[in-house]
Design a protein around this ligand. Structure first.
Ligand SMILES: [Ca+2]
Length: 143
């Protein structure tokens, strides 16, 4: 992936977050390909580490978009990908999620909906083969 493609991805994602760099895949890809792209170009799919970071994403990401994040089901447990951390905060799920439709929703998307503040930044379990933009970020102190 060339520098131009990465810059294109940054435009789709909006701003950077010092000292981190926030970017997206330059096109919509499935979860596995998004993880590969993020790992190849940076450190990996986004692992949201705290409320401050989540608030930042809700505020700065482009409106009305859905993004793959680094959260995946592993033996029925939601784990932050590439870490040994479970997802602790059940309040991050959208209402009625995770619903595991057709028992085939093992990946997670985050939706940006600033016109619906109570749903902004909430998570949905989703079929991993669907294609979406993927969030990727480099943070200092990456867990
Ligand atoms: Ca779902």
């Amino acid at each position: 992936m060339g520098k131009d493609k990465i810059e294109q991805g940054q435009k789709q994602c909006s701003k950077c977050f010092p000292p981190a760099e926030l970017t997206c895949t330059p096109s919509r890809v499935n979860w596995s390909n998004s993880s590969t792209w993020c790992t190849k170009n940076y450190t990996g799919l986004m692992v949201i580490q705290n409320r401050e970071q989540h608030d930042y994403l809700k505020r700065e990401l482009l409106q009305t978009n859905k993004y793959w994040i680094g959260l995946r089901k592993n033996s029925s447990v939601w784990m932050w990908y590439g870490t040994s951390r479970k997802m602790e905060s059940q309040e991050l799920w959208d209402p009625n999620e995770p619903n595991n439709i057709k028992e085939n929703e093992d990946c997670v998307e985050m939706s940006i909906r600033r016109n619906e503040p109570e749903r902004n930044g909430k998570f949905n379990d989703e079929t991993c083969s669907k294609t979406k933009l993927a969030l990727q970020c480099v943070f200092t102190g990456f867990i």
